[in-house]
Structure formats: C-alpha cells, structure tokens
Design a protein around this ligand. Structure first.
Ligand SMILES: [Zn+2]
Length: 252
C-alpha cells in the first residue's frame, strides 16, 4: 500500500474510537454485521472481497471493464461515438450492488470514515494508485445550496482521503457548479449531456492557480455517462489546464 502518512492512529484517537465502538458498534457498510479482524474502519474482509476491481484491461477512454464488444480503436461500444473533454478516465471497481452500498454510505451516512476506506483500497490497487500518483485532484463540485443542505461534498471528501494515501497527490478545489443540475439518475445519456452543459467554471480568483504543465484528475464517486466529468474538464481547460483526466471510485 502506498501510504503517505503512518497508518497507525494516535493513542487518543484509538481510545476515542474504542469508546465510540462501545456506544455505536461499527458494522460493515456492505454486509452489515460485525467487522471482525479488518484493517478498514467500515469494511469487513468479506466486504472488501465482494468488490470487483477493474485492472489494466479496461476501455482506454472511460475505464469500463473490458467486456463485450470493443471498437476497432479499442474503446468500449459506449465510447465509440462519444468525445470526452478529458483525456481518459479510470475507475477502481465495478458499480454493482456491493459498491453501491459503499457509495451510498459516503453520500448519506459515515462519509469521512467510509471515504477513508475507499482511499485505502484505492491505494492498494497498484494500477489505480499509479494512475493518480503526482496528480492534482479536483473534486466535482456540488451546487452551493445542495452542499449546504448535505453538509459536505462526497467527491471532495473522497479526493481529500485519496490525497492522504496517493504519493505526490494533492487536492485543489478549482471548480464551482454555476447552477443546480438536480439529480440525474432518471435522465438518459443525451439528456444528461444537455443538463450539465456549461454547468461548471473556474472562478476568476482561481484562474491564476491553474498550471498548464500540471496533470489534473477530476474526482467523482461514480462514472455513469461521463457527461459531468467531461463538462468539468471543459471548464478546467478553458481556464488554462492542458492535461485533464478523470477518476471515480466505481464505474456503472
Ligand atoms: Zn469506454
């Protein structure tokens, strides 16, 4: 595992964790029930084993696991007719029923602790860790009102957790969402593209921080159609970034 910081928690932290465990026993976010012997805070070994990791053998554009038909250039069928604004995207695991429980937990329950588990298993994947090494991680922003209501942005928490474990990476919150694009789960791929079109920008005050020589990786929880990530890449490039890729926890 590539850890930038010591994995051992401080004594006061261990004591407070132990007390919390007595009051609110931790459960595996995927299977429920006792965690048992595990290096993770909210993931049992069985939960970790249930995740389907995507390795090197994936679509070179969107990072989907290579299954089914691929086009003559090697992209998956979905990407054959799509042009993304980012160079490429990679995801750690397949978005199935197990991964979705973790993603849901980060959105609505144990956000920080679950994101730390995300980041730990991301760092355990040589392929995914190498992809992020040395990059500036830029979380997909929420619309301010939505973030205020939820209290945090799950992509930002995930990016910050990743930066703890991925060598020479750091987070820069360069993007803002200029309007509320609502939930996109019920929209078709084409409608999503229209819905998020020009919904992001790099505010004037951040533009001088954009380094044309740096590699930026936009971070989100799930890759669905790539529309949101593509629009974020468009905004970063408009502000002067030249190398912009994307990464998500899951690909669905
Ligand atoms: Zn693809």
């Amino acid at each position: 595992m590539n850890e930038k910081t010591s994995a051992s928690r401080s004594f006061p932290r261990r004591v407070s964790d132990a007390l919390l465990d007595l009051i609110f026993p931790r459960e595996c976010l995927i299977f429920g029930g006792a965690l048992g012997d595990t290096p993770y805070r909210f993931l049992s070994k069985q939960g970790r084993a249930s995740l389907k990791f995507i390795g090197d053998d994936c679509c070179p554009a969107c990072g989907a696991p290579r299954a089914g038909i691929v086009s003559e250039h090697g992209e998956c069928v979905f990407c054959r007719d799509r042009k993304f604004r980012f160079g490429c995207s990679r995801s750690l695991v397949v978005f199935d029923v197990y991964a979705s429980r973790l993603v849901h937990a980060v959105k609505y329950r144990a956000a920080h602790a679950a994101a730390d588990d995300f980041a730990k298993i991301a760092a355990e994947s040589d392929h995914f860790s190498a992809y992020l090494t040395g990059a500036i991680l830029v979380p997909v922003p929420l619309f301010t009102m939505r973030e205020n209501k939820r209290g945090y942005n799950q992509s930002r928490i995930f990016a910050e957790a990743l930066a703890k474990y991925i060598p020479r990476s750091r987070v820069e919150n360069l993007l803002v969402r200029t309007r509320d694009t609502g939930t996109q789960t019920h929209l078709s791929a084409a409608s999503r593209r229209v819905n998020v079109r020009k919904a992001f920008c790099v505010p004037k005050k951040f533009k001088e921080r954009v380094d044309p020589k740096a590699r930026y990786v936009i971070i989100d929880d799930v890759f669905t159609t790539g529309s949101t990530l593509s629009e974020c890449a468009r905004a970063l490039k408009k502000a002067g970034a030249r190398i912009v890729d994307a990464a998500t926890f899951a690909h669905g």
